[in-house]
Design a protein around this ligand. Structure first.
Ligand SMILES: [Cu+2]
Length: 169
């Protein structure tokens, strides 16, 4: 557990929120370029990014990260923490081909038993389990080849607002 917290700190360099991306400061860039070697440890199965889902209504619901940038072809664990408390707010996180949120969400509607993800959906690269309110779930996958992808929550009606960019390099 101690290590996961540590890794999460390291990975906060890789995962930038919308606000940080907009104002990515020189200070941050300097910090990255002069960072001690241990910061550059390649991802392995112990590395974890925490993503937090919040909001109590269909208009409030959000992921705290708008952009997730990670190395390509590495094992990554995402811890999805659902801080919502309303019963209509279970969430998942689905890594998908860029811009395919609506297709993936629509296809997943019929697959409640599979966390609202259609099995073997060609647009889906990885997905978490459905995370009930107040809970945290971890899922581990190998990040895809360098490129631009997206992530969504595929719970019915959520993917319009609960989405972001997933970038590997
Ligand atoms: Cu959701």
């Amino acid at each position: 557990m101690k290590y996961i917290v540590y890794s999460t700190l390291l990975l906060s360099l890789w995962a930038c929120s919308g606000s940080q991306k907009d104002g990515f400061s020189e200070e941050n860039e300097k910090e990255l370029s002069t960072a001690p070697a241990k910061i550059m440890i390649p991802l392995d199965e112990r590395d974890t990014i925490r993503v937090i889902a919040t909001g109590e209504t269909m208009s409030e619901m959000r992921f705290d990260l708008k952009n997730i940038k990670v190395p390509a072809g590495k094992k990554l664990t995402i811890a999805l923490e659902n801080q919502s408390t309303d019963a209509t707010m279970p969430h998942n996180i689905v890594i998908i081909r860029e811009g395919k949120g609506n297709e993936v969400g629509q296809a997943g509607l019929a697959y409640k038993e599979n966390h609202y993800v259609k099995p073997n959906d060609e647009n889906v690269l990885a997905h978490s389990p459905l995370v009930q309110i107040g809970e945290t779930e971890y899922f581990t996958f190998t990040t895809p080849a360098a490129g631009d992808y997206s992530f969504i929550c595929s719970y019915p009606g959520h993917w319009g607002l609960m989405k972001g960019a997933f970038i590997t390099e």
